[in-house]
Design a protein around this ligand. Sequence first.
Ligand code: AKB
Length: 314
Amino acid sequence: MKTERILITGASGQLGTVLTKALQEKYGIDSVIASDLRENPNFEGHFEVLDVTNYDALQDCVIKYKITQVYHLAAILSANGEQFPLKTWDINMSTLFNVLEVSRLHGVNKLFYPSSIAVFGDEVECINTPQTSNLTPLTVYGMSKAAGENWVNYYHKKYGMDIRSLRYPGVIGYQSLPGGGTTDYAVDIYHKAVKEECFDCFLEATTMLPMIFMDDAIRATIELMDAPAENIKIRTSYNLAGMSFTAEQVCQSIKDIYPNFEINYKPDFRQDIAKSWPDSVDDSAAREDWGWKPKYDLSLITKEMIENIKTYYQ
Ligand code: AKB
């Protein structure tokens, strides 16, 4: 079997932290090179400080480690992106172009590109949003992901590169903290509950969003990347669903464990972003093409989140 050498960009982020560990377990610690903008003092394994906007630095890293696969997770997310729209477009697109070009020129044969439910805007069917909906995103992050989906499809069609992608819902995990997204509330809420503090929610009580538990998100990524190439019929990005819930529903499931838990609703600019996203997405293409099936529902997520977060605050 050919030895894989895997580069992860944005490896210290919410998803990157957990995906890096999963790939280390799968391929061995020496096969995985984690990278991010800043040093990660507690990291075990190979780590490179890497700014992916720097083409030469990325190229040096790919050559140095003889990289065969790249998971390009570095990006500015929806809520942070709205603070600096042009900078967000620049960073999200230039990092993708650098990854695509360096990969094409230096024999990287497989790439993972995360897209998001943010590619959808308010002109789609918001319940079970179809895979092939028009993409009219209302955030710069969503615009960059919609454009990115087309670019990865272009590199696949034009250069035959094996690039695969998922439209992640909000990811909920206890292992790492999210940063700068609209779905972040659904992680923060559990930390507040465990600390027995009141939670100020930046979304309205009844705003429904698609979400996925970290374990399911990681499993989906690895299953997609492991699937035979001929099964991957969608080369833009696959809709991916876990479950959908509102802030009110997650609060209720927390109250089953912490009956005194309190929440205040103080919607801010992120409410408009959330309102423009689907309530739920139709992921039947992922189910049919490579056998996707989520395992976690809201009550299971609440149980796992609380049990694990508790250990941090003991
Ligand atoms: C965000 O909220 O920006 C992200 C996403 C859904 O892509 N979590």
